[in-house]
Design a protein around this ligand. Structure first.
Ligand SMILES: Nc1ncnc2c1ncn2[C@@H]1O[C@H](COP(=O)(O)OP(=O)(O)OP(=O)(O)O)[C@@H](O)[C@H]1O
Length: 123
C-alpha cells in the first residue's frame, strides 16, 4: 500500500513538473494562458454565476489539456522524424485539428456566458 501511495505521489510530482514545463516553454500555451487570465478577471468583473464559473473553468481546462497533448504529439513527431514527411505532416495537422475542436467549444461557451452581460452594457 505504501509503495502504491509513494508511486502516486511521484506521478503527481512528474505531472506538475510537466504542467510547469508547458507553461514555461510553450508559446501557444503561454498565449492561451494570457487570454484565460483576462477571462478570469472578466468573470470577477461581471460577477458571473457559479454555473458560469464551472463552464468557464471546464472550457479553459479543455483547451489547455488538448493543447498540451498537441504539443506532445508535435514533440514526438519531431523526435521520431525531424525531416519533412507527409505522414508527419498529417499527424501534426490532425493533432492541431483536435485543438480546433476544443478552441471552438471554448469560444462558444465564452460567448454564451458573456453575451447577456455585453448586451446589458450596450442597452
Ligand atoms: N516534419 C514535417 N513533415 C511534414 N510536414 C510538417 C513537418 N513538420 C511540420 N509540418 C507541417 O507544418 C505544420 C506546422 O508544424 P509545426 O510543428 O511548426 O506546428 P506549429 O503548430 O506551428 O508548432 P508550434 O506549436 O511550435 O507553433 C504542421 O501542421 C504540418 O502541416
Amino acid at each position: 500500500m505504501r509503495k502504491f501511495i509513494n508511486g502516486r505521489i511521484k506521478s503527481i510530482g512528474y505531472a506538475l513538473k510537466g504542467a510547469l514545463l508547458l507553461i514555461k516553454t510553450e508559446h501557444s500555451i503561454i498565449a492561451q494562458l494570457i487570454v484565460f487570465v483576462v477571462l478570469i478577471i472578466l468573470g470577477f468583473v461581471c460577477d458571473i454565476s457559479k454555473q458560469d464559473w464551472i463552464n468557464q473553468i471546464l472550457a479553459i481546462g479543455l483547451v489547455l489539456s488538448v493543447e498540451g497533448l498537441n504539443t506532445t504529439a508535435e514533440k514526438l513527431a519531431d523526435f521520431v522524424h525531424l525531416e519533412n514527411h507527409p505522414k508527419i505532416g498529417f499527424i501534426k495537422d490532425i493533432s492541431a485539428g483536435a485543438v480546433t475542436f476544443a478552441a471552438l467549444s471554448c469560444l462558444v461557451t465564452i460567448i454564451l456566458i458573456y453575451y447577456p452581460y455585453i448586451i446589458n452594457l450596450l442597452v
